[in-house]
Ligand binder design. Structure first.
Ligand code: SDX
Length: 430
């Protein structure tokens, strides 16, 4: 907190107040409006929280104008090049890159918490065969609190830490089991001799009849996608985790709420929606009409995978994923016509004044679906992939919130637009 402030003068009502300026290490300063209503009778009004900082956080920094993304100060480009998802998860949670010993200990703990309770298989089998895996994942993660009564005392740092480990460890197991129950395959138990991403792919794709031959390109590509999706400041799902966490709800309920928020097509559900959009467009020759439709407000159609609340430049993750898409498809010797459609769409949109004026660029979801498809991930599992990765960020933010000294229950106010007070009318007189 700086000792500077901004004077707010309300000449109409002859009132004024000073709003302290809150500064961080990077990024725009904020005005502390905590006393605003008490001292002036005003609320602030900011639907969608476009100009509102909901918390202090030391985890992730985004500069939307410059297309910068830092996890605990490390540029996403460097982590993508040198790190792996589990090391990045450790960094997000603990704030520092682990030593070799620290990483080995973290990896050992995660590896030995990957099993889910056997009765969770029955829970998953209770869903219809065509249930969306995000529904199954959200419900199953919420149900984890019913299995771990031993670590719901959120005042105990060791129980908080164990809950974090359990979530990072078990979400992939549940996700793979949800997929396999939807295709009628027996659940595959996690193999402790495999590293995190390879273990997940084994749980997803190994069939009883033959051992899984995994192309190392697939595991490396998925690990990189998980790094890129691991955290992203106070996005809708992370803010949801924090809001639920502010009530003292258990961590499994908080992460389940984050999964539910991520599901929406305006957020993490966009990767699945991008693939449907590209499939509907079908061919590069139809791109111009799709762009025209996206510009027509009455169409209700938006270019999925385009635009971002914060990035008014290229999403740095999209840049990395775009380059990766070409490499993965070449390594796997796949020619996907949807990539040609995506590239044509990107080229047309980036030259169109509607998109240029609104600074609408491809975001993280624009290309990721093409890679997931190349990795044989089913379309309805795309957002589940996002949830597996983002569990690291959600858990890091939940842990940070639990030790924030000025944390309060999240309870926004409103501008009321309903009826003024009126008296009840007997039904015979209505
Ligand atoms: C993610 O917050 C995060 O960090 C999220 C995320 C993360 O890692 O957690 O980065 C992941 O969710 C990425 C975003 C994925 N969603 C999509 O790709 C869906 C399509 N994009 C949007 O609907 C939209 O761009 C949002 C939701 C991403 C951002 O919406 P904003 O910031 O509220 O912007 P807006 O809706 O106010 O749009 C501003 C203008 C509007 O036009 P005008 O009213 O000014 O004339 O841009 C237009 C919008 O109509 N616009 C689009 C558009 N996105 C915005 N027009 C066509 N196609 C689009 N995709």
């Amino acid at each position: 907190m700086s000792d500077q402030s901004v004077q707010l003068i309300d000449g109409k009502n002859d009132r004024s107040t000073s709003l302290p300026i809150v500064t961080g290490t990077l990024g725009d300063p904020a005005l502390d409006i905590g006393r605003l209503n008490k001292e002036t009778g005003y609320f602030t009004y900011d639907p969608g929280f476009v100009s509102t900082a909901s918390t202090r956080s030391a985890i992730t920094y985004i500069d939307g104008d410059k297309g910068v993304l830092l996890y605990r100060g490390y540029p996403i480009e460097q982590l993508a090049k040198h790190s792996n998802f589990l090391e990045t998860s450790y960094l997000l949670i603990n704030g520092e890159l682990p030593s070799r010993t620290e990483f080995n200990q973290f990896e050992h703990e995660v590896t030995h918490h990957t099993m889910m309770h056997e009765s969770q298989k029955n829970f998953l089998n209770g869903f219809r065969y065509d249930a969306h895996p995000m529904a199954m994942l959200c419900a199953s993660v919420a149900s984890l609190s019913a299995f771990y009564h031993d670590n719901l005392d959120m005042d105990d740092p060791e129980q908080r830490r164990l809950a974090a480990i359990r979530l990072i460890a078990k979400v992939p197991t549940i996700a793979a089991a949800a997929y396999r129950s939807s295709v009628g395959w027996p659940v595959r138990y996690p193999r402790n001799n495999l590293e995190y991403v390879t273990r997940f792919l084994h749980m997803m794709f190994e069939v009883p009849s033959e051992p899984l031959e995994l192309n190392p390109t697939v595991a490396k590509a998925l690990d990189l996608l998980f790094i890129l999706h691991a955290d992203h400041e106070q996005n809708a799902s992370t803010s949801t985790v924090r809001l639920v966490g502010s009530t003292g709800a258990n961590p499994y309920a908080c992460i389940a709420a984050g999964i539910a928020a991520l599901w929406g097509p305006a957020h993490g559900g966009a990767n699945e929606a991008v693939l449907s959009m590209l499939t509907d467009i079908g061919d590069a020759k139809n791109v111009a009409s799709a762009v025209a439709k996206a510009k027509d407000k009455d169409s209700g159609f938006r270019l999925m995978g385009f635009g971002h609340r914060v990035y008014k430049n290229f999403d740095p993750r999209a840049t990395i994923i775009r380059e990766m898409t070409h490499k993965v498809l070449a390594d796997l010797n796949i020619k996907d016509p949807l990539l040609d459609v995506a590239m044509a769409l990107e080229e047309v949109a980036l030259k169109d004044s509607y998109f240029v004026e609104r600074k609408l660029y491809p975001n993280v979801d624009f290309y990721s679906g093409i890679i997931y498809k190349a990795l044989r991930i089913p379309t309805e599992m795309f957002t589940v992939m996002f949830a597996i990765a983002r569990t690291a960020g959600w858990v890091a933010h939940w842990l940070e919130q639990q030790v924030t000294p000025d944390a309060k229950i999240g309870r926004p106010r409103q501008v009321y637009t309903g009826s003024v007070q009126r008296d009840y009318i007997e039904v015979g007189k209505r």
